[in-house]
Design a protein around this ligand. Structure first.
Ligand code: NAD
Length: 496
């Protein structure tokens, strides 16, 4: 069985650890690799290497740092399908969906290649007589990223390319459930010319993350994952005086107005709810039907019920298995609870499997209606192929429902009225809003801006906000004088 390597000080090497985690194929739960739990000594070596590398990397001209990103995006594109295949096999995602995971990460690398124009400071001439003030932004040092299982290409690529393009160095702890994709990304980054120590990869779980969160040489922490872990990481990182950005769970609502284009709504909600087996932080898990649009619920359920899960290379498959038996057991227990709490299960995927792969973590598409806000299937992030349908009387009721929800990652509204859409975009307390667009994940020249319990911190991922997260601003006030402009003593704080 192949053992996964780690990346420390430019070397892709096996760990000295005796402790291993099994990486499995979610379609049959057979082991595909063994992942070492990086030892404390190796974690220290990774941080030390990143610290040393920072001293030289921060001085590399910004245009050369950008060129590394240009070469990297070229290599990622050349290897796009190979990365997607690795990703499919360890996550169970369909090949087409896996390609999307890789592509949305490549877009961030393209943004990182534009780093020079993003790192420009500001200048004001003559803030006082003969005095100019200008600012520059400078990298922080060693940054640390912790990533979830559900986008093993895109989410690591949200983090290290932006941080490194700014002149930082990075230690990544990818999800222990699908580490093969991030290791492939790292190999290509080395091939693109990243010097040793600029990117390090360590493996493991809670203990390894906690060791790094307390490490004095880590300056900033980026996390993507579940709410309890996100809260723990935000609290621990900030208690250790580090800046942190923690992207967490979600419960995303789509509001369907009666004047919406029905076919567009039905088609969009199928993919947005059960695509990727619902394991997307921006998946639509609640459809809120306003007034007469609730007449479409049965048709929507029938359409979702036609989606067939399957193997990653099955072209007919709409989505793959869940990531683990534990994830499957959790989703099944929530489906049972939904039934017990009185929701109507229009499509029940709890007894589904793929022939020849009965041991896989399969859950079929599932649709509930008559869901209310007190039910667990509404309150919890299910993270499975389960859509909850709710009915309200008015747009105001829909907005009140969405705003009362503790999450605020994404939402969408389907309508043909500009006034309704504008009302929704202004008043909904959610960080990313789609108007007739079901999953509004912004492209990287914007930032990924979840709110409320979907995000802890202030500066978000990629775009201009990531540049600010991974840098400090230095402001310089300068006077150059000749004999004629020499000024006398100034006993005040005013610039003269
Ligand atoms: P998770 O929180 O279980 O794990 C995420 C990372 O944290 C992994 O690398 C894991 O090893 C580490 N970790 C787990 N427990 C830890 C602990 N106690 N202390 C320190 N580190 C720990 O999340 P997951 O199951 O891999 O991912 C799914 C979750 O991620 C969902 O809740 C989803 O909504 C969320 N997510 C959010 C976004 C977003 O942008 N808001 C994007 C993708 C995924």
């Amino acid at each position: 069985m192949s053992k996964v390597k780690q990346l420390i000080n430019g070397n892709f090497e096996f760990s000295a650890s005796a402790d291993f985690i099994s990486v499995t194929n979610p379609a049959n739960n057979k082991e595909i690799a063994q992942l070492p739990v990086t030892t404390d000594a190796e974690i220290s070596a990774a941080v030390e290497s990143a610290k040393q590398a920072f001293e030289s990397w921060k001085k590399v001209p910004i245009s050369e740092r950008a060129r590394v990103m240009l070469r990297y995006q070229h290599l990622l594109k050349e290897n796009h399908d190979d990365i997607a295949k690795i990703l499919s096999q360890e996550t169970g995602k369909t090949l087409e969906d896996a390609k999307g995971d890789v592509w949305r990460g490549i877009e961030v690398v393209e943004q990182a290649a534009n780093v020079a124009s993003l790192m420009m400071g500001e200048t004001v001439e003559n803030v006082a007589t003969n005095i100019d003030t200008y600012s520059m932004i400078q990298p922080l040092g060693v940054c640390f990223g912790i990533t979830p299982f559900n986008f093993p290409a895109m989410i690591p690529l949200w983090m290290f390319p932006m941080a490194i393009a700014c002149g930082n160095t990075f230690v990544l702890k990818p999800s222990e459930q699908d580490p093969l994709t991030p290791m492939k990304l790292a190999e290509l980054f080395a091939q693109a010319g990243a010097p040793k120590g600029v990117l390090n990869i360590v493996h493991g779980g809670k203990e390894q993350v906690n060791t790094l969160l307390e490490h004095p040489d880590i300056k900033a922490v980026s996390f993507v994952g579940s709410v309890p872990v996100g809260q723990h990481i935000y609290r621990t990182a900030t208690a250790n005086m580090k800046r942190a950005q923690c992207f967490a769970g979600a419960k995303n609502h789509s509001v369907i107005m009666p004047d919406a284009n029905k076919q567009q709504v039905l088609n969009n909600l199928v993919g947005a709810s059960v695509g990727a087996a619902g394991q997307r932080c921006m998946a639509i898990s609640v459809a809120v039907f306003v007034g007469e649009s609730s007449e479409w619920i049965d048709e929507l359920a029938a359409k979702i019920g036609q989606v067939k899960p399957g193997l990653w290379d099955d072209k007919e498959a709409g989505f793959g298995p869940l990531i683990s038996p534990q994830a499957k057991a959790r989703v099944l227990s929530l489906i049972e609870q939904g039934k017990k709490e009185g929701a109507t299960c229009l499509v029940d995927g709890s007894d589904f499997s793929v022939e020849g792969h009965e041991n896989g973590n399969w859950v079929g598409p599932t649709v509930f209606t008559n869901v209310n806000a007190e039910m667990q299937i509404y309150q919890q992030e299910i993270f499975g192929p389960v859509l909850c349908c709710m009915r309200v009387d008015s747009l105001a009721d829909a907005i009140a429902l969405v705003n009362a929800n503790p999450f605020g990652n994404g939402t969408s509204i389907f309508t043909s009225s500009g006034a309704v859409a504008r009302n929704y975009q202004s008043n909904v307390e959610v960080g990313q809003v789609g108007i007739n667009v079901p999953i509004p994940v912004p492209l990287p020249f914007f930032s990924f801006t979840g709110w409320k319990n979907s995000f802890y911190g202030d500066l978000h991922a990629y775009g201009k906000q990531a540049i600010r997260f991974y840098t400090e601003t230095k402001t310089i006030t300068a006077r150059w004088f000749d004999d004629e402009t020499v000024s006398g003593p100034n006993m005040t704080i005013n610039l003269r």
